[in-house]
Design a protein. Sequence first.
Length: 613
Amino acid sequence: MQIKPRQHMLDIWRAMARHSFDDGKLVWEDTDGLSSVADAERLLCLLYPATEVPAFRLDQPDTTERDVLRALEGVGSRLEIPPNLITALSQFMRSHTGPDDSPTFAGGHYFRPAEPQQRLTHEQYQLGVVDSYSMSVTLCLATLGFLKVYEPSTTRPDVRKALAELREATNTRLTAAMISLLRSFTVNVFDAESEQGRRLIQVIGQDRQSDRAVLQQFSRRFRPLRATIIESLSRGIQVDESIRDESQLFECGWAWGVVKDAPTITDLDVQVPGQPDGIADRLPYVYFTVIALDGIQDLFSDRTLTLGLLDADQQKLAEALRLRWELSQQYWSAIARFGSERWPLEDLPWQTTGLRLESEYFSLTVAAILVHDLVRRKATDDDLTRTVAIMERLADRGRVTSRMTRNDPVIELHSPGVTMPLAGSERSGSPLLWRMTDFSAQLLKRIIQLAELSRNIDAQDRLLRLGEQAFEHLWNRRIEDGEGAGLWDHAGAVFPDTRVGKRLSWSITERVTECLVAARNLYEQQPIRSPELAQLARDLLSEATHLFGKEQLEASASPDGSRGRAMRSIESRLDHARSLVDERPATAFALALPVLQELDTLAQARGAAAQEV
């Protein structure tokens, strides 16, 4: 199934407008109201494409395209859509603001009790989580960009007042989300003889070397990164002083929430209320690290920089986050590719060290960080080819591209999903779990990102075919009728043995929306240039140009005659083919062939005429 970003995005918008809007007003369900993560994901299904894809822009009503307006009939008319979005966003900001006027980042119903018979307290539902911080960064940046472009288009006093209030609330929430991300970053240092140390050595050593040799190799490979972390102690990174000892192992990344004893951020011009004490253990999770990386990179996007969306305090926070962003990418990318032979990431499934879990989902999250790093440092063909093979294996093992067998345990990967204990959550009461159900959507997202990065024809072709298979799998999982029709998720449509029925998931719906935006960016790129075809195209054009010049030596015909028109057409097509030969050699090749055929036809006609005379 070919990915058609425009048509499929319109289908999602049409389904979302039908489900979530009533007479232009966003309908907030009780379940969604408990989770700032789900509420942000739902709004991003609309706002992310509207601010990232020019054809879907809603911030300049005069330029909104007709098919977009038809898809969003339930949201309002051309002039009503922006004010209605402002109202919905303002409701979100108010709903997730605490009594002390500080933004809240409640995980809500996304939290699960470790024991099924236990019930979570109100305070546990209100705990902040990295998913919410990261989603809030993306949503706030999209909102600020939307408001900045839309503001000159309206003169209505009530709309301008609502717009100003929303901008202030959004800026406050963005700053609070960035602060919370800073306070959730951690560096975990541990001894090589500890259980976690032995597990990390096993993962990266692949049992091919002695533990001592692996430890020495770790020390050499991570010496520059260790030095950077030590130098960064003065920039707010909290880490045990034992990291200076090269015999110690370490991991860095994001915990599930603000870590215990994380200091408050005070060196800002404007203080943001509400920096709650953290309870999370200083244990990096690859899942939450990926989520944080996705949000942080939006702080450095072209749109954010061009529109100047960050104030002075936010720019200071963004630089601190960028340091942590780079540290995490470099660390996990090096861990995934550790050694000189088989990568640890190629040994599926990935085993987490701190939590002692293993799953294809964790392999995908480590691969996602590797993709981030490959994009950042412009990957080599070897790194890219090996990563493509990993994605193909994950799609097969996750039954995205292969058949589900009878009583297949892999079904748990999709429904009910992979669960992780949140280390330190017991400080709030009963222990909490976090469940991930979006394996297929995350896989598709990383496949498309790799395809966008790749400039190797074979690798990109493999990725595009794999992406189309993954997208077809996901598209077949849409809910067909009833609540959430046209949205996700109905895993039973492709996995009949699942025990979970249709369940509206804003998490998966938002991930699919991100995939379609990424696919649009992929198709906007110039196709990969083939050097071989470029040379062939030049050879064809050289011969065609020579034959065209020879044909012009013959007696001229009337400019308005059929021969004159044919010669002008040939000249125009040759000029066009020459202009494309460097960027699109295959197209230039295709254009040159009929020109050569036509020149040969003209020469034969002229020869036949000469024989008759």
